[in-house]
Design a protein around this ligand. Sequence first.
Ligand code: NI
Length: 179
Amino acid sequence: MAVREILKMGDARLLRVAQPVVNFDTDELHLLVTDLLDTMHAAHGAGLAAPQIGVDLRVVIFGSGQLNPRYPDAPVVPRTVLCNPVITPLSDEEEQDWEGCLSVPGMRGVVPRWRRIRYQGVDQYGDAIDRTVEGFHARVVQHECDHLDGKLYPMRVRDFTRFGYTEVLFPGLDPKADD
Ligand code: NI
């Protein structure tokens, strides 16, 4: 287990379209998942994608199974390891809400996302995941899966009057909750 360095926006490795996972239940994949979990927990993140630690594979993790102190008003999202995800929006309805990203530390922005989605994929053992979700859960999944296609949330911001430094936008916020 290891806490890995999180790449920051500007690093070309965050812009790649990541490769599909081919082999499941391997030592290599389990080690990657452990590193992602350790790194996400150390950074108090809501999710993390393999490209953020420089690994060019379509693997994301998200959720905690309990309330995240960085998002105290957010509903509980089950801890999930998701490989080779496919997202299908279930309506045209979008929702705007604040996001941050461990690769864009100290900033927040309002990002439009599909309100309701179905996501499919497999876990690290190759077992199928197929869920229909909405709201915060749907937002987290879309944010993490964007990382697999080289997209960071600032690339989706439409209204730059609602994008900036967390300490300025939310002066009362815990400074540790800065990304
Ligand atoms: Ni992110």
